[in-house]
Design a protein around this ligand. Structure first.
Ligand code: PLP
Length: 463
């Protein structure tokens, strides 16, 4: 049975039948051993517990005395009785901690924004407003597509900032792009898709998503203009046109036209992963591909780069025929994204605080990229890594001189200097001979740590 402590703490106590002092003592012992009553926690007065249980006060007093004698409880004159330190939780119910490799001191892993600059004050204000204004009805099970307020805010924002042609009814809020791709892959698989094309190189854990559903993944080579459309044969393809991940190039307008025309002519689907489209430093960002063919492109954006991956907030702007299948799959995989995160995000966008934060972050990341390029430029010329790609995003890919250190050697040196970074090798669809490179996420270090982090990075890359 569950009893309500007079300290307003609920505790489950196990016993059968009417409790006597022996049963009560055993139930409390078990609660302490299981860790449900942690060391130091106050237990109710004998009078309060007797009242809660509907037993004589003497029954509770006898049980407490027994447990004090056994060392489970600590009774002090004039103070509340508490659970003793020594015997508390001897059988921890939590799993033992997993051994962890110590985190590297300098974090240059790609794919992360500067988490220390998360706009906490703005998010707090947006959350407070959401809490104050949300009607009770919104706390019910909601629309699997996501709250209309966020879908409306996003439809406007995406049209304004990324030239996405959509409407709130075509948007589905997902738990990150990872879920968005998973739902899309399932929907397409259900419709008979058996092969999907990905850019080569691309993120292996994203390629795994359709692969695990039984959809074969083909890598299509990327050159300096983007994906080689002549080699794109599947009915669906995943691309990162604004800023290819990981190579960092942008898709040329000729390639964009070619890819879109092919999709229209052959009735194919393009999945546009616009993961960092807001961050272009040398010019206005190029608009989304989706605006060129909204009925053949599933556009995906995420808050993971602009705000924080922990929010697990992303959005799909879908061709009409995909809305219902993806919506149903979203419903089956946990219904909808958490309400208050959605509402805070909607409020952040509507109030202009999101734009301001992105603008501030853009300025910071632009400067970091320049500092990084300057630092690379000042390295000794022999075997100096060479930056590839456009001035955009949160990462830079450096081509390694084939005569210089190998990817493996760079990783070993990075570990030695407590620097975390990635190399290009795992991004290729088929392992083997590929141009060597290093992928550096320059957004991840906190602002105050960026310069020392950069020095450590140069030490790693310097032969
Ligand atoms: C290429 C690419 N697409 C999308 C994402 C975003 O994934 P999510 O929204 O699940 O955090 C990432 C994150 O690292 C990425 O690198």
């Amino acid at each position: 049975m569950t009893v309500g402590w007079s300290t307003s703490l609920d505790l489950h106590l196990d016993w059968v039948g009417r409790p006597d002092s022996r049963k009560l003592a055993e139930a409390l012992r078990t609660a302490i051993r299981d860790g449900r009553l942690p060391a130091g926690s106050r237990i109710p007065s004998t009078r309060a517990l007797a009242q809660d249980l509907g037993v004589a006060r003497g029954t509770v007093t006898r049980a407490y005395n027994q447990l004090v004698t056994e060392g489970f409880l600590l009774a002090r004159q004039g103070a509340a009785t508490t659970v003793a330190e020594r015997l508390a939780s001897p059988h921890p119910v939590t799993a033992p901690p997993r051994p962890q490799t110590p985190a590297a001191r300098w974090d240059f892993r790609p794919g992360r924004p500067d988490l220390s600059s998360f706009p906490r004050r703005d998010w707090l204000a947006a959350s407070r407003r959401a809490l104050q204004t949300t009607p009770p009805g919104d706390l019910d099970y909601g629309d699997p597509q996501g709250h209309p307020a966020l879908r409306e805010a996003l439809a406007d924002y995406l049209a304004r900032v990324r030239a996405v042609a959509t409407a709130p009814e075509r948007i589905i809020i997902c738990n990150g792009y990872t879920q968005a791709l998973s739902l899309l892959s399932k929907a397409l698989h259900d419709q008979g898709l058996d092969v999907i094309d990905f850019e080569d190189p691309s993120l292996p854990h994203l390629r795994d998503i359709p692969a695990r559903l039984g959809v074969a993944v083909r890598g299509v080579p990327v050159d300096c203009e983007g994906i080689d459309v002549a080699q794109q044969h599947s009915r669906a393809v995943v691309v990162t046109p604004a800023h290819q991940f990981p190579l960092g190039i942008t898709m040329s307008s000729a390639r964009r036209m070619e890819l879109v025309q092919l999709a229209k002519a052959e009735d194919r689907l393009i999945i546009e992963d616009d993961y960092d489209g807001e961050f272009r430093f040398d010019r206005q960002p190029i608009g989304s591909l989706q605006g060129m063919a909204p009925n053949h492109i599933a556009y995906a954006g995420t808050a993971s780069k602009t705000l924080a991956p922990a929010l697990r907030l992303a959005w799909l702007a879908l061709p009409p025929q995909l809305v219902e299948p993806v919506r149903t799959l979203k419903e089956h995989s946990g219904l909808h994204a958490p309400l208050f995160e959605q509402l805070a995000m909607a409020e952040l966008i509507r109030s202009g605080a999101y734009d301001q934060h992105v603008r501030r972050s853009r300025a910071v990341y632009r400067r970091r990229r320049e500092l990084l390029r300057d630092a690379l430029g000042s390295m000794r010329a022999n075997h100096r890594p060479y930056p590839a790609g456009i001035s955009a995003g949160l990462h830079i890919t450096l081509q390694l001189d084939p005569e210089g250190p190998t990817e493996r050697e760079v990783l070993v040196r990075a570990r030695k200097h407590s620097v975390e970074l990635e190399v290009l090798g795992p991004y290729w669809t088929v392992p083997g001979e590929h141009p060597p490179g290093v992928v550096i996420g320059y957004a991840a270090p906190a602002e105050h740590a960026f310069r020392p982090a950069l020095e450590a990075l140069v030490t790693v890359l310097q032969r």
